[in-house]
Design a protein around this ligand. Structure first.
Ligand code: NAD
Ligand code: UDX
Length: 481
């Protein structure tokens, strides 16, 4: 029986390994983590992450050929293939702070693999890492030269949260990079055989190590660039009376552009896009490619601009101050169908509004009050350093923030509503009922373009929706962008 061990039981390690276990019943898969709490949750009825379809997959194979354990060293020592899926956050201090990837967690995992291994192993980079990381990892693994053959593969993960299980069941492609030596190619073939249990062969791409590592950063940069492009266009739409949804639809009909990933929003969030682009920028700078670095940096810059623009629009529409006003925030997760709040635009928007002394009433169907308060108190880039690996971070105990468990409760007596996550339930809200219970004039600021602007205006709301023709009320105010 082939044994797989995955170090890191997070958003990637957990779902990815659960799907491998489901599709490959003859392979034993152990997912290990230094967080005892996370492992306990994976072994419980209440999994540590909310992801549609994940519960069913885990229940089908947990205890059969899928195991979650904190006995990291034992499972690594026994494995033939070791995936490393630990977090690779942005460095917060030292050389490259604010841009470069912090490989501390990766390096400590690699040192541990080197120390406990007694047999040959394939070590798979599942985490997103800077190009050329495999070279450094190889040096760490072979530093005490025990005669063990380690083959390093790059197998970046392309799943998106909220659709992770579908993405894993039917990936657009699986990418495997390896050394071009006979040993390297044998390792590539072994990993390919795992995926070939359910992924058609023509969707399993093999490349050299550096192409695989760089392709992951490139894919995220291209995806994020698409959102910044449509978001940049949304500002021009608001200035000219064009409608960003119509523009996106029209350009998406060009088969060279395509219709997906063109939804204008309050800004992209999530644990990957910003971190990976900043990492790309740093790699370009280190390679003397200043122009290339500044090109990609602009994608993050426009994203920050979009979040700021939204806050300014809220404040300027409400007579240039939100001080003491109740603002309902609907949605805190970085996208629908996940409870993940890492780099969610809601953090910047809420902090912007709190800076203007607003009173926030926040509702998200999947995010806990504790998480929201911790996020609002956290320093930039601290979010991806797991709490169990660092001193407890402070939480926002401010009286200016209330977290409630119902959209109607959140909006009661509010002066304005900010929609920051596109949860399906927000599309079905009874806005007449909401309007009746709000202060007047009642404002809706839709950061996800999910409301029917005309219907809401008929009810009496003053409505701002990203990239849509402005409400006459908003239009007549001094420019906020
Ligand atoms: P995560 O924070 O959810 O999980 C990482 C886990 O690794 C944590 O539970 C942490 O405790 C554990 N860990 C850290 N160091 C360890 C060690 N030395 N030994 C054992 N466990 C250790 O992160 P994630 O979202 O799963 O992301 C993991 C990697 O995958 C990152 O590089 C990320 O960029 C990449 N990625 C993420 C996504 C996504 O959607 N989240 C998608 C593709 C790629
Ligand atoms: C992303 C990549 O899509 C995935 O391939 C990679 O493996 C990890 O990073 P993820 O961050 O989970 O996945 O979600 P994604 O669907 O890409 O959304 C990222 C952010 O962009 C979210 O905040 C989302 O709301 C926003 N977004 C996405 C838009 O604003 N408009 C869009 O059209 C699409």
């Amino acid at each position: 029986m082939v044994k797989i061990c995955c170090i890191g039981a997070g958003y990637v390690g957990g779902p990815t390994m659960a799907v491998i276990a489901l599709k490959c019943p003859e392979i034993e898969v152990a997912v290990v983590d230094i967080s005892l709490q996370r492992i306990a949750q994976w072994n419980s009825e209440s999994l540590p992450i909310f992801e549609p379809g994940l519960d069913e997959v885990v229940k089908a194979c947990r205890g059969r050929n899928l195991f979650f354990s904190s006995d990291v060293e034992k499972h690594v020592a026994e494995a033939d293939i070791v995936f490393v899926s630990v977090n690779t956050p942005t460095k917060t201090r030292g050389l490259g702070a604010g841009k470069a990837a912090d490989l501390t967690y990766w390096e400590s995992a690699a040192r541990m693999i080197a120390d406990v291994s007694r047999s040959d192993k394939i070590v798979v980079e599942k985490s997103t890492v800077p190009v050329k990381t495999a070279e450094a990892i190889e040096k760490i693994l072979t530093h005490n030269n025990k005669g063990i053959n380690f083959q390093i593969l790059s197998n970046p993960e392309f799943l998106a949260e909220g659709t992770a299980i579908d993405d894993l069941f039917k990936p657009d492609r699986v990418l495997i990079g390896g050394r071009e030596t006979p040993d390297g190619q044998r390792a590539v073939a072994s990993l390919k055989a795992v995926y070939a249990h359910w992924v058609p062969e023509d969707r399993i791409l093999t490349t050299n190590l550096w192409s695989a590592e760089l392709s992951k950063l490139a894919a995220n940069a291209f995806l994020a660039q698409r959102i910044s492009s449509v978001n940049a266009m949304s500002a021009l739409c608001e200035a000219t009376g064009a409608d960003v949804s119509e523009v996106a639809f029209a350009i998406g009909k060009d088969s060279r552009i395509g219709p997906r990933f063109l939804n204008s929003s309050v800004g992209f969030g999530g644990s990957c896009f910003q971190k990976d682009i900043l990492n790309l920028v740093y790699i370009c700078e280190c390679n003397g490619l200043a122009e290339v670095a500044s090109y990609w940096k602009q994608v993050v810059h426009i994203n920050d601009y979009q979040k700021n623009r939204f806050v300014k629009r809220v404040v300027s529409s409400m007579f240039n101050t939100v001080s003491g006003k109740k603002i309902a925030v609907l949605g805190f997760a970085f996208k629908k169908d996940t409870g993940d709040t890492r780099e969610t635009p809601a953090i910047d928007v809420c902090n912007g509004l709190l800076g203007d002394k607003a009173l926030l009433s926040i509702y998200d169907p999947q995010v806990s009050e504790e998480q929201i308060r911790r996020d609002l108190a956290m320093n930039k880039f601290d979010w991806d350093h797991p709490q169990h690996l660092q001193p407890l971070s402070p939480t926002a105990s401010s009286n200016s923030v209330r977290v409630v468990w119902d959209a109607y409760e959140a909006t009661k007596d509010a002066h304005g509503i900010c929609i920051l996550t596109e949860w399906d339930e927000f599309r079905k809200l009874d806005f007449r009922k909401i309007y009746a219970a709000m202060q007047k004039p009642a404002f809706v600021f839709d950061g996800r373009n999910i409301v029917n602007v005309d219907e809401l205006r008929d009810i009496g709301f003053i409505v701002y929706s990203i990239g849509k023709p402005l409400d006459p009320w908003v239009k007549d105010l001094p420019a906020s962008s």
